[in-house]
Design a protein around this ligand. Structure first.
Ligand SMILES: [Zn+2]
Length: 322
């Protein structure tokens, strides 16, 4: 018997439900799967659309929900198909529209706060203590072009477990992260629960190649933890490059942005990364690379506010092949 979110599942059972954090009207569509296989089983949490508009993880989660046969599963899986459901239905990117909560930056939340704060607090109280690993599925935003990559926690107690799993994923780039206020980051740093963010796709697009890539990664994760053997097994691709340090360039003013780089591009120290100007074509500021690196993601849209991310590039000095 597996007790989770007020439900009780027997071995071999799969349940599709709307979860209601704190019993409120807020809805999270989820598939709960209790494996029938004997042996030491862990509970894996897979979340999609913590940022609304990052759709490929949701499509992959829906496919996994159908494909995973509970009779062949060892342990339990929680698939949350879409966490920011109000953002999804209101077509508002990233944040929870009622209160602008960013579930990748505003943990641990507050049980008696706004709805977004309640959702974060519900994860901390009800979900995290019941899981052993978290895979949080993201992508670039509407104006954010990115190369598929994984952010894994630097936190010493969980780093090795998260990194070993990340190394099995079908993406090229692995980036160490100190985020301690997002879903997986809070769980890693404050509750010693390993996990990672998988970023795949961008631009508000749902593309078959990206959905398949996310699905393959999650199937490789289930295999890595000896929870499920996919048939046919997923082929591992890509040599990986691990960046210990990533440079996150942010804008220090509002402006009209012209990027000078693309994802996957190598840059040398001093190379132009892009320039900000005004609506009349007057250049205000140029931004240059502070070291040799590889561009992981960048803002590809023109509109940039003060403090917005412009370009993120992994620093070659800190990189190794893994
Ligand atoms: Zn995101």
């Amino acid at each position: 018997m597996w007790k989770i979110c007020g439900y009780e599942l027997n071995r071999g059972e799969k349940l599709q439900v709307m979860l209601h954090p704190n019993g409120r009207e807020y809805e999270i569509p989820a598939t709960l799967i209790c494996g029938a296989q004997e042996g030491v089983g862990m509970t894996l949490l897979i979340t999609a659309q913590i940022h609304a508009g990052e759709y490929n993880g949701t499509a992959a989660a829906m496919r996994l929900a159908k494909k995973i046969d509970p009779e062949k599963l060892r342990g339990n899986v929680i698939l949350m198909h879409c966490v920011n459901t109000t953002g999804f239905w209101q077509q508002v990117p990233r944040f929870i529209p009622q209160d602008h909560t960013d579930l990748n930056a505003d943990y641990p939340g507050n049980e008696s706060g706004t709805i977004g704060q309640q959702v974060a607090a519900w994860f901390v109280k009800e979900i995290f203590p019941a899981v052993d690993f978290i895979a949080d599925l993201h992508g670039g935003g509407i104006s954010e072009t990115l190369a598929p990559c994984i952010f894994f926690p630097r936190a010493p107690k969980v780093r090795d477990c998260a990194l070993e799993a990340a190394k099995k994923m079908n993406v090229k780039y692995l980036l160490a992260s100190s985020n301690s206020v997002g879903e997986y980051g809070y769980a890693a740093n404050c509750m010693d629960i390993p996990g990672f963010i998988l970023e795949c796709g961008y631009g508000g697009l749902t593309r078959e190649e990206w959905v398949r890539q996310v699905q393959e990664c999650m199937e490789l994760l289930l295999d890595h933890f000896d929870m499920y053997l996919m048939e046919p097994p997923v082929r591992k691709k890509y040599r990986k490059k691990l960046f210990e340090e990533t440079e996150y360039l942010e804008s220090d003013m509002r402006g009209v942005w012209y990027p000078a780089v693309c994802e996957n591009q190598s840059v040398k120290k001093g190379d132009l990364l892009g320039e900000l100007g005004d609506f009349f074509g007057n250049m205000k500021k140029r931004y240059y690379a502070v070291g040799d690196g590889t561009v992981i993601y960048y803002t590809s849209g023109m509109s940039v506010l003060e403090g917005d991310a412009l370009v993120a590039y992994g620093l070659e000095d800190s990189a190794e092949e893994v």
